[in-house]
Ligand binder design. Structure first.
Ligand code: AMP
Length: 172
């Protein structure tokens, strides 16, 4: 199945000049969604990678991260936009392909020494995933890998994440 062709390009969203990779077309195609998830988790299952937590990045990272955590039998930690989490949190600022923002996780969501897999739908400039990785490290966790469905290789986000083991399923 050609997952690459199932993802829809939406030009000029959310801003002029951005080609938005709309993954909802993949999510709504059951076989494609399942295949994407199976392929994303295969190496972690094969390796018995000893993942303690999956950190999913708001919002589309929750969709993939939640399933990965379930299949790996580990905990799930939502990395959320500022002000959404109810309990004491740690924060990391970052820049986006189209703006800037911050991510937060609860301060007790990751324990020192835990092996953590960071998951998001798409790697663009890498700022978002780097912020999530830094949050893991702030809490003493070890980033075991960063997993994406899609990578926009022409934005060279992988260079910013060179300290980590990065995988993506579909590269444009
Ligand atoms: P970045 O921090 O630049 O790697 O941006 C990655 C985050 O922004 C991910 O959470 C993506 O969902 C979203 N994003 C950035 N650029 C795009 C794009 N062209 N199409 C879809 N989502 C994008």
């Amino acid at each position: 199945m050609d997952l690459e062709k199932i993802i829809r390009d939406v030009p000029d969203f959310p801003k002029q000049g951005i080609v938005f990779k709309d993954i909802t077309t993949l999510l709504q195609a059951g076989d494609a969604f399942r295949q994407a998830l199976n392929r994303m988790m295969k190496k972690y299952l094969d390796e018995d990678a000893g993942i303690d937590k999956v950190v999913g990045i708001e919002a589309r990272g929750f969709i993939f991260g939640g399933v990965l955590a379930y299949k790996l039998g580990c905990g799930f930690v939502p990395a959320r936009k500022p002000g959404k989490l109810p309990y004491r949190s740690v924060r990391e600022e970052y820049t986006l392909e189209y703006g800037s923002n911050a991510l937060e996780v609860h301060e007790d969501s990751i324990r020192p020494g835990e092996r953590v897999l960071v998951v998001d739908d798409l790697l663009a400039t890498g700022g978002t995933a780097l912020a999530a990785a830094r949050l893991v490290e702030k809490l003493g966790g070890e980033v075991a890998g960063i997993e994406f469905l899609v990578e926009l290789s022409f934005l060279h986000g992988r260079d910013r994440l060179s300290a980590y083991r990065v995988h993506s399923l579909i590269t444009y």
